[in-house]
Design a protein around this ligand. Sequence first.
Ligand SMILES: C[S@@+](CC[C@H](N)C(=O)[O-])C[C@H]1O[C@@H](n2cnc3c(N)ncnc32)[C@H](O)[C@@H]1O
Length: 186
Amino acid sequence: MKPPLKGYPSDDFQTPPEALKLLIPYLKREWLIWECAQGEGNLTEALIKEGYNVIGSDILTGQNFLTDLPDMFDCIVTNPPYSFKQQFLERAYSLKKPFAFLLPLTTLETAKRLYLFAKYGIEIIFLNNRINFITPNKKQSKSWFASAWFTNGLKIGKQLVFPTIRDIPVQTTLTGNQSEIIKIGF
Ligand SMILES: C[S@@+](CC[C@H](N)C(=O)[O-])C[C@H]1O[C@@H](n2cnc3c(N)ncnc32)[C@H](O)[C@@H]1O
């Protein structure tokens, strides 16, 4: 059987507000939150309803997260475009502010990503239900992939460990384009 959400560009999925539920306890009430790829603004609205001050932006309205910055913000919260998850993660780490990205669990499958997580820290909030994202045709269908909040700086206090079976060379633009060898977990 075909997975229910296949056929839509996953960069266009909008997040239903219930996805925020497990993240909210870790967002300080006084924080100014930046939803930096807000799409139709579901997360922005849900955060405002929760009482947060929120800045919402998107490349669709002329603000590129990878190059632009608001004057002030304390924490970034978004479901980023999946085809740019590496660039979004590198950008978020380089800004040195807390962030929470809703991403597929397959984000953990890539050496480049594990390198970032091991080097700069990651705390992951696994969701015990799949998120039924809203597709461009406005239907909320059953998702075929599991997601989690990939966070840094929220002081959740529990991390994952990343032991390596063998050293792997990776490239990242974060530290200036050089190759490095992953030696983590020991
Ligand atoms: C998966 S949608 C999620 C929308 C919203 N965050 C949500 O959770 O409902 C990803 C959004 O990222 C936006 N986007 C893509 N590249 C971007 C960039 N470089 N800077 C800012 N927004 C970007 C797209 O226009 C799209 O609205």
